[in-house]
Design a protein around this ligand. Structure first.
Ligand SMILES: Nc1ncnc2c1ncn2[C@@H]1O[C@H](COP(=O)(O)OP(=O)(O)OP(=O)(O)O)[C@@H](O)[C@H]1O
Ligand SMILES: [Mg+2]
Length: 385
C-alpha cells in the first residue's frame, strides 16, 4: 500500500459504528501524525476496540471515512493494509518457536527466503529475546511471549502498529516495565502506533497524544500534560487522575478567574473552558495531589482553604492518601495525596485538618451534561487538513 508522504498517517472523520441499537462509536474524528504514539483511553465498553477494528479493516464504519497515508481504505481488506497488531489475548502459534512465530508474517508476505533469518534475529534482538529464539511459547514467561508478539507485529515494517490492551494480562511491575519497553521500541523504529487501554497511567506514560472516549464519543484529544492539566470535561477530569468533585454556583467572573460559592465556602477557581456568568451552576474539580493538608492553625498558603475531618487514611509507601470530609462543602469528601517532605506529619482519623489549594488548580465546569466539543470532534462530514 502506498502511504504517500503526508504528515498525517491516520485520519478518521465522522466515523460511526452501530451494533443493533448500540452506538459503539459515534461521529469520531481524530488523526495520528507519522511516527506518533497515540493512546485511546476510556472505560470498558466505550468503543476503543471497535475503533481499532475499523482502522484494521475488521469492521466497516456505518458513516464517515478512514484514511491511512492519505488514502481512503474502505475497499482495502485487512491483509492489504500495512498494519501490525498486538492484542490482549496472545495469538502466538503454540507449536512454533519464537523465531518461527516472528518469521511467519514474512513468509505470508512472500519476503525473499534468504532475508528472513536476518530480519528475525534483528527483531528478536530489538525486543531483547536474542537468546530465546528456539523456545516455544509455553517455555516463555508472559512478558517474553508478549515481546515475541511485538517482534512479530513489527518485523515486516508495517506503516501502522495497533495495540489492543496487549499488557493488561501482565502483573503490575511487568506491565510498567513493558510500557517503557514499548515506548523505547516505538521511538527506535519511529513506527506510528495506536494503543488502546483503560489504564490512565499507561496512557500518560507512553503517549505523544491521548484520546479519551466515553460511551462511543471522543471527549478530548490532547498531549498528556495538557490533558492532565486542562481536562475539557468533568468526565476527563475524573477519568485521568484522582479528582474530587463538588457542586457550586458562580458569584463573580473576572477574566480567567471565577468566584464560586460552594456550601458555606467562597472559593476561587478557573473556568474549565466555558464562559461562566454570575449565577451559573458549576461542578468544581480538584486533584488529590494539588491539595495541601495541614493543621487548622497553620499560616495560610493558598487562595482556597476549607476545614475538614479526616475520615480515612491509607499508607501507600511513597505517599499518604486521606479521605477528608468537609462539612462546609455540603459534606463533600475530598481525596488528598500527601507526601510532605518537610514535616512528615500524619493525621489520624477523626482529626480536624485544614485543606488548601491554589485557585488555578480548582476547575469550574458548567454543571449538567455539557456538550463535549474539542477541535478533534466537532461534527464535520469531511476531512479538512
Ligand atoms: N460484535 C458486536 N456485536 C454487538 N455489540 C458489540 C459488538 N462489539 C462490540 N459491541 C458493543 O459495542 C460497545 C463497544 O465495545 P468495544 O469492544 O469497542 O469496547 P471497549 O472500549 O474496547 O471495551 P473494553 O475496555 O471492555 O475492551 C459495547 O457496548 C459492546 O458491547
Ligand atoms: Mg476492548
Amino acid at each position: 500500500m502506498d502511504t504517500g508522504s503526508s504528515k498525517r498517517m491516520v485520519e478518521i472523520a465522522g466515523v460511526s459504528k452501530l451494533f443493533g441499537t448500540v452506538a459503539a462509536v459515534s461521529d469520531a474524528t481524530l488523526h495520528v501524525d507519522r511516527g506518533d504514539f497515540l493512546t485511546v483511553v476510556g472505560p470498558s465498553g466505550c468503543g476503543k476496540t471497535t475503533l481499532l477494528r475499523m482502522i484494521a479493516g475488521f469492521e466497516h464504519p456505518d458513516a464517515g471515512e478512514i484514511r491511512i497515508g492519505g488514502r481512503r481504505v474502505d475497499a482495502v481488506p485487512p491483509y492489504r493494509r500495512s498494519i501490525g497488531m498486538v492484542f490482549q489475548k496472545l495469538a502466538l502459534f503454540p507449536h512454533m518457536t519464537a523465531a518461527e512465530n516472528v518469521a511467519y508474517p514474512l513468509k505470508m508476505r512472500r519476503f525473499a527466503p534468504a532475508k528472513i533469518p536476518g530480519l528475525v534475529d534483528e527483531y528478536l534482538g530489538l525486543v531483547r529475546l536474542g537468546d530465546f529464539k528456539d523456545r516455544r511459547p509455553h517455555e516463555l514467561s508472559g512478558g517474553q511471549q508478549q515481546r515475541v508478539a511485538i517482534a512479530r507485529a513489527l518485523v515486516f515494517s508495517p506503516d501502522l502498529l495497533l495495540l489492543d490492551e496487549p499488557l493488561s494480562a501482565l502483573d503490575r511491575k511487568l506491565r510498567e516495565d513493558m510500557q517503557l519497553e514499548f515506548r523505547r521500541i516505538q521511538q527506535e523504529l519511529g513506527v506510528t502506533t495506536i494503543n488502546v487501554t483503560h489504564d490512565q497511567r499507561e496512557a500518560l506514560v507512553m503517549s505523544d497524544r491521548i484520546v479519551v472516549m466515553e460511551g462511543g464519543v471522543i471527549q478530548q484529544a490532547d498531549d498528556p500534560v495538557s490533558l492532565y492539566r486542562q481536562p475539557g470535561t468533568p468526565f476527563v477530569a475524573r477519568f485521568i487522575g484522582v479528582t474530587s468533585m463538588f457542586p457550586g454556583r458562580v458569584t463573580k467572573e473576572t477574566g480567567e478567574a471565577v468566584t464560586v460559592a460552594a456550601g458555606e465556602a467562597t472559593l476561587t477557581a478557573r473556568g474549565g473552558g466555558a464562559v461562566l456568568g454570575a449565577g451559573a451552576a458549576v461542578e468544581c474539580a480538584i486533584r488529590a495531589e494539588q491539595i495541601a493538608i495541614g493543621p487548622r492553625d497553620g499560616a495560610p498558603r493558598f487562595e482556597n482553604a476549607v476545614d475538614g475531618i479526616v475520615r480515612q487514611r491509607i499508607f501507600e509507601g511513597e505517599r499518604m492518601v486521606y479521605a477528608v470530609e468537609v462539612p462546609g462543602l455540603g459534606g463533600a469528601v475530598l481525596n488528598v495525596f500527601d507526601h510532605d517532605p518537610v514535616s512528615h506529619s500524619v493525621y489520624d482519623e477523626t482529626q480536624p485538618v485544614r485543606l488548601e489549594w491554589a485557585a488555578r488548580d480548582l476547575i469550574a465546569f458548567p454543571a449538567g451534561p455539557a456538550p463535549a466539543v474539542t477541535t478533534e470532534n466537532k461534527p464535520t462530514g469531511s476531512l479538512t487538513t
